[in-house]
Design a binder for this molecule. Structure first.
Ligand code: SAM
Length: 479
């Protein structure tokens, strides 16, 4: 038996079954011993051996309790790359337990971000699809839902990356590198988003990944680990929740942290590849226009929607992922950035365009009209130009969400449940916006029934110095 197959057998012995009951076999003990004797005591292998020891301990005294699926890999995979606006995997797990019990459940997240819903569905063996307008989100969600990679191969390729990286391949290509050029030309480098030395190291890792002779799937997984390392280690940025530049680092251990991330991914893949998981598809697109995605969405129709859409809260998703967009070479200039912004539900004043007309869909809505009048009255005394756009963004936001709710409807089964996790807002001159209630009224106008507005949690908003209420709006598609 070759090494790869031997690992597979060892891990199969401890995989979680569809019933959610952990199963162990004495085979795991022998497999663990084989691992101990077959592998040198490198740091990588020590990690593995630690894992086998846990397996062996459990095999000798299996716990008698039934484990819910979430407990099998609590938090695993999600942290390969997380966004600041990502929601709780536990919340998604709870909603899936409540609403996805029917056979042939198929779940949709039309604002999937980095794939929290999709990963939770995979863990439970449920098929799912995710859509997002931001290429970074789609990239992350797609990598996090590809569990077909072999962890040994990943670690072997990491060594090749190390060789490429330490051969110092970069000097003559650095100045022409598209990531460097974008960060330099936009002033992000001079404004200190990332310092020159860590940037050079990160770009060097990027080139080392490119040089690998392997499939796209492995390269993409390495690239996701690099994006995470750029955010957490190389860059000088923090989120509070909006992005700001923090203390400047002159240097950072970019390659070391990148390796740690890959080892974590390899560890999770060892667990994940042996779960009987669901299938997932990720599409880049605008969830206000589902018809354009018809051919890619596949069948059957969706029985459940779980998502956290944008809020009207001056939150610019492209700014918060600008470094990743630059590293993926998805933005090269203002126009490429603008195209991404235009696909998004309007939720901030820097992403609103003269030709926007989603507001036309909600002009007759009385509660919304009252909110907009209050914002306009408060804005009248402000001297900065953006204040005049606050009411416009609010209207465009709700118009865009109404368009989304109408366009998704034909893709849902009769009786399908939709769960939208949304926060109330008062970002615009402290005027309260009860997001879930307004969305619910708009949903009813396009043919849904409101099941419930369920309080999820209260959150402190530093910017508005207030408690923000977050709700789950639960809707049903009637026949
Ligand atoms: C609150 S985040 C979702 C986070 C996600 N639940 C997670 O855990 O990572 C909202 C997402 O909506 C996406 N978005 C905004 N407008 C969109 C649109 N028109 N179509 C699809 N996605 C959109 C943003 O790019 C962002 O990733």
């Amino acid at each position: 038996m070759d090494e790869e197959n031997s690992y597979s057998c060892q891990l199969a012995a401890v995989s979680s079954q569809g019933s959610g009951v952990r199963e162990y076999s004495t085979g795991a003990i022998f497999a663990g011993l084989a691992a101990l004797t077959n592998h040198a005591f490198t740091i990588d292998n020590l990690n593995r051996i630690g894992y086998y020891l846990i397996v062996m301990k459990n095999a000798i005294s299996p716990p008698p309790v039934r484990m819910p699926p979430q407990a099998f890999m609590n938090g695993e995979v999600h942290d390969w790359y997380r966004t600041v606006w990502g929601y709780s995997d536990h919340l998604v797990g709870t909603l899936l337990d409540e609403f996805a019990s029917a056979a042939r459940a198929r779940v949709l997240d039309p604002f999937c971000g980095s794939g929290t819903t999709l990963v939770e569905c995979m863990k439970r063996g449920i098929d799912s699809a995710g859509i997002d307008a931001n290429p970074v989100s789609c990239f992350a969600a797609a990598v996090k839902t590809n569990w077909s990679l072999n962890s040994d191969r990943l670690l072997a390729l990491l060594e090749c990356i190390g060789e490429n990286y330490h051969n110092g391949l970069l000097d003559e290509t650095y100045a022409s590198d598209p990531t460097y050029r974008y960060l330099d030309s936009t002033g992000m480098l001079s404004r200190g988003w990332i310092s020159p030395e860590p940037l050079k190291k990160a770009i060097s890792v990027k080139h080392s990944i490119r040089m690998l002779k392997t499939s796209v799937a492995y390269r993409r997984t390495f690239t996701l680990a690099l994006l995470d390392t750029v955010l957490r280690t190389a860059a000088n940025i923090k989120f509070g929740p909006e992005l700001y530049c923090s203390k400047q680092k002159t240097d950072a251990d970019v390659f070391g942290e990148f390796c740690k991330k890959i080892r974590k991914i390899a560890h999770d893949l060892d667990l994940a590849t042996h779960v009987k998981h669901g299938k997932s598809v990720v599409l880049e697109g605008d969830s206000r226009g589902f018809v354009g995605l018809r051919n890619q969405l596949g069948s059957p129709k969706f029985s459940l929607v779980i998502c956290s859409p944008p809020y009207p809260a001056e939150h610019d998703y492209t700014r918060n992922s600008r470094l990743e967009l630059a590293f993926l070479e998805e933005v090269k200039d203002r126009e490429s950035l603008r195209l991404i912004k235009k696909r998004m539900v309007r939720s901030h004043t820097k992403g609103i365009y003269t030709e926007d007309d989603d507001s036309g869909l909600v002009t007759g809505h009385e509660a919304l009209a009252r909110i907009v009048r209050r914002i306009d009255r408060a804005a009248a005394s402000k001297t900065y130009g953006f204040a005049r756009l606050y009411s416009r963004v609010t209207m465009e936001y709700f118009g865009g969400m109404k368009r989304h709710l109408a366009s998704i409807r034909p893709f849902l089964r009769d009786g399908a449940i939709l769960a939208y996790v949304v926060g109330d807002q008062s970002s615009y001159l402290q005027v309260p916006i009860n997001t879930a209630h307004i969305l619910s009224a708009l949903a009813v106008e396009v043919g849904y029934e409101q099941v419930e507005i369920r309080h999820w949690r209260n959150r402190n908003s530093r910017s508005a110095s207030k408690v923000i209420v977050e709700n789950i709006l639960i809707l049903r598609k009637g026949a």
